[in-house]
Design a protein around this ligand. Structure first.
Ligand code: COA
Length: 306
């Protein structure tokens, strides 16, 4: 097989590959038949968004020169780190080292710029968990993927000493500063992208204190097969609950998924009490140095850049 980068004319093939790999894996291993729907077209969003946000940063594995696409891996270089997501391999080509080859290339690129590599992987997927930990990634924060039953959402919980409102472009520096303070990461480019919102699929809310300073933020996406809250960073569980309930109210009667740190016990209990169910578990993994985040961090899968 041959390592290359995604060509513009292969974006449909990439969408088919991502849809096919995820569907096959969840059907076979978790008995979640139909979880990703029958259509691959909604998965065009991944190559389309990522080529816009991080042009030329999609690695692919081809069966041979000009041959069919067997694997794809998007990576996202940021000033403080490189992140990875999605990784998908055609089930017919599984176990032949395609995923390892793409990840080793990302690790080489990250090592050249002396940056840690970050990703979020499913704790219910031993294939990807093994792949990443064999390559030196170390598991950290565990997340519960929580979802409310269709048509149900928790009552809105107001912010203490502040208000939750829609973000505006002037909030960019505030968002970046909160992220830097709580996680040490710089994802200003991502926040710019959300606030510009050229596709109209992101919704970003901020929690501003009485002094007008941004104290936390939470974005969300509703597009194609991806309907979830995140990314977000907040100082404490109360701020997280205010932002999560505001976002869920805005999406009602839809029921997006939200990944909440399992150690945020009061937040998890508040969401359980309102009817939330666990639908999957994920774990943040880092290869290289990383400090545990302060406060509450909520990841997303589009863009998977933290
Ligand atoms: C996860 C996935 C990308 C793996 O792709 P792949 O090309 O089959 O993986 P590779 O062959 O490159 O590598 C798998 C590695 O994991 C190892 N592995 C797999 N299961 C293992 C286990 N239970 N214990 C230990 N190691 C294991 C293999 O031995 C191999 O390691 P090696 O390179 O040292 O031999 C593929 O199964 C997939 O696309 N799944 C669906 C989509 C998905 O879940 N993506 C990940 C999250 S976005």
């Amino acid at each position: 097989m041959l390592l290359s980068t995604l060509a513009e004319q292969d974006r449909d093939a990439a969408a088919k590959l991502i849809h096919g790999a995820l569907s096959a894996w969840y059907d076979q291993h978790l008995n979640q038949v139909g979880r990703f729907g029958v259509d691959w077209e909604p998965f065009r969003i991944f190559p389309d968004v990522y080529e816009c946000l991080d042009p030329g940063r999609a690695l692919v594995v081809l069966e041979n020169e000009g041959g069919p696409l067997r694997g794809i891996c998007f990576y996202h270089p940021r000033p403080t780190h490189v992140s990875v997501g999605i990784v998908a391999v055609d089930p017919a080509a599984g176990g032949r080292g395609a995923a390892r080859a793409m990840l080793e290339e990302v690790l080489r690129i990250a090592d050249d710029s002396r940056k840690p590599v970050r990703l979020v992987s499913s704790l219910m997927n031993l294939d990807s968990f093994s792949l990443y930990t064999k390559l030196g990634f170390v598991p950290g924060t565990v997340f519960q993927d929580l979802q409310f039953p269709p048509g149900q959402h928790p009552p809105r919980v107001p912010a203490r000493d502040g208000e939750v409102r829609m973000a505006v472009s002037e909030d960019l520096a505030g968002l970046a500063a909160v992220e830097q303070e709580l996680t040490g990461l710089d994802r200003t480019r991502d926040f710019e992208f959300f606030l510009e919102n050229a596709r109209g699929i992101w919704r970003t809310m901020v929690l501003s204190g009485r002094d007008g300073q941004v104290r936390g933020f939470l974005s969300s996406i509703a597009a194609g097969g991806t309907w979830m809250l995140g990314p977000g960073a907040m100082r404490d569980e109360a701020d997280a609950l205010a932002l999560i309930t505001a976002q869920l109210e805005a999406h009602a009667p839809g029921n997006p998924v939200v990944l909440v740190p399992a150690r945020a016990t009061e937040l998890v209990q508040a969401l359980y009490a309102a009817g939330a169910r666990n639908v999957e578990l994920h774990v943040a993994q880092v290869r290289g140095t990383a400090a545990e985040p302060k406060g509450i961090v909520i990841p997303t899968f589009l863009p998977e850049s933290g």
